[in-house]
Write a protein that binds this ligand. Sequence first.
Ligand code: SAM
Ligand code: SF4
Length: 329
Amino acid sequence: MVDPFGRHVSYLRVSVTDRCDFRCTYCMAENMTFLPKKDLLTLEELNRLCSAFIAKGVRKLRLTGGEPLVRKNIMFLIRELGRHLETGALDELTLTTNGSQLARHAEELYDCGVRRINVSLDTLDPEKFRAITRWGDFSKVMEGIEAAQKAGLKIKLNAVALKDFNEHEIPDMLRFAHERDMELTLIETMPLGETGEDRTEQYLPLSKVRSDLERQFTLTDIAKRTGGPARYVSIAETGGTLGFITPLTHNFCESCNRVRLTCTGTLYMCLGQEDAADLRAPLRASEDDALLFQAIDEAITRKPKGHDFIIDRDHRRPAVSRHMSVTGG
Ligand code: SAM
Ligand code: SF4
């Protein structure tokens, strides 16, 4: 799949549910209205859709959400998708999780062929953890991380950088991650969906985080690229890697290799744009995949050049009205 700007689309992110057992303040409002269950694709349908993308050249697949591990029977889908690793059609099957359910799924994930996962963790303080996630239990996430490492999964921690919240904790989080052989990536807040919080109050530019870190650590840019908005540095003092995801800058759109599928079969060609393609109708219209392939091809011709994110005091409304939990991180 090649879009009109010559970019090869080889990475599919799938939000398998918009539901979650946390309510992170930058991600969701406390009282969320979720999609009616009847609008969801079944796991069999999600498997068919993902397999169609793999047939069209997707080499990397990430399951996300909402919280992917709260979807009932999700391991069925993960096992089915794992078969594409065995045939060599897929290079990587991975997921982004809040870690709350990881302890009971870790071994099975490894058994299905998952080798690396991203775990979101914004603080090491259990009370602050409860405040930012509204509902989360820090000890469960720690158990999950331990179980995942024991099962052989490599972990990358993702932390959203939040002004006056974890700003001064980042050096500790860096040491925590690197001492345990995990990578750490910091993310800038993105204006996606109403959360009941003022985003201009939460926004912390990573350029500031980086210059603060440079007072304590030696950061060296490294060439590692994932086709996404992350830039990486190595940290001499810890021997580990730190990533910076700055979605509000445009410096990554030129190399964007991904599209995003929701649990209702809507394909978003860009996280920061409203334009989307419905794949549920062609999926359900016939048992063979011809219509589906046609709809995917048509969607790829509409992949936009870049996003339109803006957070500033004149633009108080979110740039994109859907929540991150709909399209996935
Ligand atoms: N529930 C899973 C989790 O938290 O890892 C997967 C879905 S969550 C939407 C994926 C990632 O998006 C998380 O790392 C989360 O911190 C991040 N995220 C959510 N809302 C965001 C926002 N408005 N700006 C930046 N990152 C956000
Ligand atoms: Fe749930 Fe992840 Fe959003 Fe937090 S960031 S509310 S864990 S989907």
